[in-house]
Unconditional design. Structure first.
Length: 370
């Protein structure tokens, strides 16, 4: 069948909306009509050309919500009409990692996902007769997309697509990093580097679990108002305190250092600051931000010898098919806030505006509705 999709033809160029061909679902696969998709900084990262797994032409997007329209042979857990959120971190419940219960990094389809194809090694997308790659196994910048059954979370049908799409990445990543990865305790002092679509969800997660001080760090003072609304108690602007004094400023504010810090920017320099502002003996720093190809982190080993812990997290450590429906429930029950973080909504034809707003620091999340 034909569908409309925003195609990334080459690194650094705007997306163009095209009518493309999409193949039907093969065994174990599901055809989904995407109703809404968020635009995450990771989409911009891959479009920039800095992602070693970035392939072109591709249909980007990994933060969607939609409706199952057709299922392939052997699909048992989903049927046409079900409401779903695509999962770039699937949950097969059979691989070594899923069975271990020690990590959410399911390995069932990761290799083909990174190559821009479905698990059988082929793409379901074509444009003008040429193959177009999938992205993060999701490709939510297409009105219709195909995913393996194990990469879809079934969610309640009364939840609005244009809000819960954000649970497909940003909300779950931020809140999950606090709950699943760091396991922040009530009364902890928390520092969040980067007050964007991810960092603000870390802040609301930290407030949910009863953190004491929640210190935000960002170069853009326009982010302060929203961050305070979500629970930020103190703000540090590196441009004001001096980039080389950020760590000391945080150590002073927290009475000795952070119990937990979260890097939600994607820069080695802020990753180092996030580690070094942690409390001697126990402070844990969680890397969420994605740094460009070839970049490396560094610190004095003494920082680790003296008890600071460096960790990372993908999709907030969430097991998608199990945890995502619960997070949708939290939203519907008013336990978490999403609406005000979605600062802009636009049709697919205006998707490039979402990238512009992100780069200009004017949006938190833009959502494209179909
Ligand atoms: P965003 O653009 O919405 O937010 C980034 C924020 O960082 C902005 O507020 C910006 O002003 C601030 N910033 C930029 N440079 C800074 C600096 N030098 N010092 C202080 N603040 C600075 O991006 P987002 O969607 O929140 O994503 C944040 C990062 O998280 C990206 O790297 C993205 O790829 C990554 N990410 C990772 C995961 C994961 O599973 N690990 C999931 C989603 C996103
Ligand atoms: N191809 C990229 C990987 C970037 C990355 O780390 N992605 C995160 C999700 S970001 C969502 O916005 C992730 O899930 N990582 C685990 C994984 O298996 O990809 C690169 O830089 O190589
Ligand atoms: Zn994302």
């Amino acid at each position: 069948m034909k569908t409309r999709a925003a195609v990334a033809w080459k690194a650094g160029a705007p997306l163009t909306v095209e009518t493309i061909e999409i193949g039907g679902p093969k065994p174990g696969e599901v055809l989904v009509e995407i109703m809404a998709t968020g635009v995450c900084h990771t989409d911009a990262y891959t479009l920039s050309g800095a992602d070693p797994e970035g392939l072109f032409p591709a249909i980007l997007g990994h933060e969607g919500a939609g409706i199952v329209r057709e299922v392939g042979a052997g699909v048992t857990s989903l049927k046409p009409g079900d409401h779903v959120i695509p999962l770039y971190t699937p949950e097969c419940r059979q691989c070594k990692t899923c069975l271990s219960q020690r990590s959410n990094l399911c390995t069932a389809i990761r290799a083909t996902q990174g190559k821009g194809v479905m698990p059988d090694g082929t793409s379901r997308f074509a444009c003008d007769g040429g193959e177009v790659f999938h992205y993060m196994g999701c490709s939510t910048f297409s009105n219709f997309t195909v995913l393996p059954e194990i990469a879809l979370a079934k969610v309640r049908e009364d939840a609005p697509f244009d809000k819960i799409c954000y649970i497909g990445c940003g909300v779950t990543t931020g809140i999950g990093a606090v709950i699943n990865t760091a396991k922040v305790w009530p009364g902890a002092n928390v520092v969040v580097f980067g007050l964007g679509g991810i960092g603000l969800n870390v802040i609301q997660g930290a407030r949910m679990v009863g953190a004491d001080k929640i210190v935000g760090v960002d170069l853009n003072p326009a982010k302060v108002e929203m961050a305070k609304k979500f629970g930020m108690t103190h703000f540090v602007n590196p441009a004001e305190v001096g980039h080389d004094k950020v760590v000391q400023a945080i150590v002073d504010l927290t009475g000795g250092g952070a119990d937990f810090s979260f890097e939600c920017i994607g820069l080695p320099v802020t990753m180092r600051q996030a580690l070094e502002c942690c409390h001697r003996g126990w402070g844990e720093s969680i890397i969420i931000g994605v740094a460009a190809s070839g970049q490396e982190i560094s610190t004095r080993p003494f920082q680790l010898v003296t008890g600071r812990v460096w960790k990372g997290t993908a999709f907030g450590g969430a097991r998608g098919r199990t945890d995502v429906p619960k997070i949708v429930d939290w939203y519907m029950e008013g336990k978490i806030e999403i609406d005000s973080l979605i600062t802009h909504t636009m049709p697919l034809d205006e998707i490039n505006t979402a990238f512009d707003l992100m780069h200009e620091g004017k949006s938190i999340r833009s959502v494209v509705t179909f």
